[in-house]
Ligand binder design. Sequence first.
Ligand code: HEM
Length: 142
Amino acid sequence: MYGIVLIIHSWLRWAVLAAGIAAVARGGARDSSTGRWFTILLDVQMLIGLLLYFVLSPFTTAALGDFGGAMKNPQLRYFAVEHVFGMVIAITLAHIGTAKIKKAPAERRARLALIFYGLALVAILASIPWPGMPAGRPLFRF
Ligand code: HEM
């Protein structure tokens, strides 16, 4: 179960990134659903992440058992705190963006998409465990 969910979480990252790029480019356009897709995929990724965090991942469940000790271990701290913190910021920005774009007049939407989806995308890119980082993970997991 853990292996399958980790594979899904790893691959879904690419869908989230693609949707994020589309949302920055077209999220403010008339009748565009790219922003909504970006937020939906992010929400799904968050739910899968929370399942890993609280139930399946041996890293975060160990960290939750001894949080103080985990803070001294860069790998454990990364997944217990840094990864989740950055992603929650991204998810919040994407949701605020979607809500604001819905209410905004047409001429302001593209700018809002650029700002909110763009910042969300930056937070995501900064919070992914890219290969080469201390807590780095593979780009493609099988
Ligand atoms: C609140 C939201 C999230 C939570 C709670 C969360 C939680 C986690 C946890 C616990 C792990 C480590 C799993 C393990 O190795 O045992 C992990 C890994 C990872 N997360 Fe997240 N995550 C979240 C959002 C995201 C998002 C939005 C992305 C990308 C769009 C993402 C991309 C990844 C990647 C690429 C890995 C490494 C997977 C691998 O080892 O192949 N996460 N996440």
